[in-house]
Design a protein around this ligand. Structure first.
Ligand SMILES: CCC(=O)SCCNC(=O)CCNC(=O)[C@H](O)C(C)(C)COP(=O)(O)OP(=O)(O)OC[C@H]1O[C@@H](n2cnc3c(N)ncnc32)[C@H](O)[C@@H]1OP(=O)(O)O
Length: 318
């Protein structure tokens, strides 16, 4: 990315909030900082573990992309990845990432990465890297017109608002306190306040401003793509459940995840994440996502299918 020489919005935020120069994102210092065990073999550890007690899919995809990116030359950048989550990740042991160098061409490099636990693959990922190749053919959709992040509350501030209601039911208070205690390394500002209790059927569309918690810096574009891979999986599957308040997920998990990286971006600066689910059926939901830079450039597209095994909520709990 072009170096403007100015203090960016995010750098200013770090200086303002801490008074110190740098609060590095845990995504960079820990989650995506893999140990090298051998040539094309890496080990990743965990940070945030979802309440399902299986590893977060975004963590596995982000780490797989880190491993793939370590095996390509400096002049190529991830343009797409395609993954299947084939087994649940076990939070009690680290994940090994084994990279296979499929092909190095003149302008593209393709890598295959297997994420392994207990000797078995939990994720298979193909990632392709492309050198910068300018072209006169350029178009993109227009970014949705939404309020800017400065005018919106974070998810934590919204939860605090709900918690300050003295009439809030005990089970709702417990649920919101659990959400607040989650150490997800992503900052989130929903465009519309979320319906935490899922009382009303909603159109399967959601818009959030998102960014990595903490500072990453201009740094390496490859790293920003890995952080975006982590962030991208957090929001998608829930979108497909929005029209169904009368059902609760008994078992939901992402089955596959694909991403396309279109433009340079910084994952520690606000990006608008637009998620929509055009289809659900057969216990599966299909969701598409688009990440927009604040200046309206389309940076990333994603697609995912998720398993959604549900049960009807009893009338008394609605
Ligand atoms: C934010 C979203 C995320 O981060 S999700 C995390 C990333 N994604 C994942 O962890 C998914 C990993 N993949 C998997 O776990 C498997 O591929 C899944 C999706 C479960 C598919 O596996 P499947 O072929 O059903 O495996 P399995 O036979 O081992 O069964 C797993 C559990 O599901 C049950 N199951 C199976 N079929 C049915 C069915 N038709 N109806 C109801 N239940 C079914 C099995 O009994 C089994 O349950 P249990 O684990 O024994 O309790």
């Amino acid at each position: 990315m072009a170096d403007s020489g100015k203090e960016t919005q995010n750098e200013k935020r770090q200086l303002d909030s801490s008074g110190e120069a740098d609060l590095r994102s845990v995504l960079v210092t820990s989650v995506l900082n893999l140990d090298r065990l051998d040539t094309d073999l890496y080990r990743g550890t965990h940070h945030w573990i979802p309440r399902t007690k299986r590893l977060f899919g975004g963590q596995i995809v982000g780490q797989a992309l880190v491993a793939a990116a370590k095996s390509v030359s400096e002049n190529v950048y991830a343009h797409s990845l395609h993954c299947y989550f084939v087994r649940a990740g076990d939070p009690s042991v680290p994940v090994l990432y084994q990279v296979e160098r499929i092909r190095d061409g003149r302008s593209f490099c393709v890598r295959s990465v297997k994420a392994i636990q207990h000797g078995q693959p939990i994720l298979i990922c193909q990632a392709s890297f492309h050198m910068l190749q300018p072209s006169p053919l350029e178009h993109q959709f227009i970014m949705p017109n939404v309020p800017q992040p400065d005018s919106l509350l974070t998810i934590e501030e919204l939860i605090q608002r709900y918690l300050s209601d003295p009439n809030l039911a005990d089970n709702a208070r417990q649920g919101l306190n659990k959400l607040l205690a989650d150490e997800v390394p992503i900052e989130i500002k929903p465009i519309n306040p979320p319906d935490f209790y899922r009382r009303t059927a909603m159109e399967p569309k959601k818009l959030f401003w998102v960014r990595a918690r903490g500072h990453i810096g201009k740094g390496d574009m490859k790293l920003h793509c890995c952080v975006a891979a982590y962030v991208s999986d957090y929001f998608l599957l829930g979108t497909a459940l929005l029209p169904y308040p009368k059902y609760r997920a008994q078992f939901s998990a992402s089955l596959d995840h694909a991403m396309w990286f279109h433009s340079t971006f910084r994952a520690d600066e606000w990006m608008l994440y637009e998620c929509e689910s055009p289809w659900a059926g057969g216990s599966r939901g299909f969701i598409q996502g688009r990440m927009w830079r604040q200046d309206g450039v389309l940076a990333v597209s994603c697609a995912q299918e998720g398993l959604m095994r549900v049960k009807a909520v009893s009338q008394s709990k609605l």
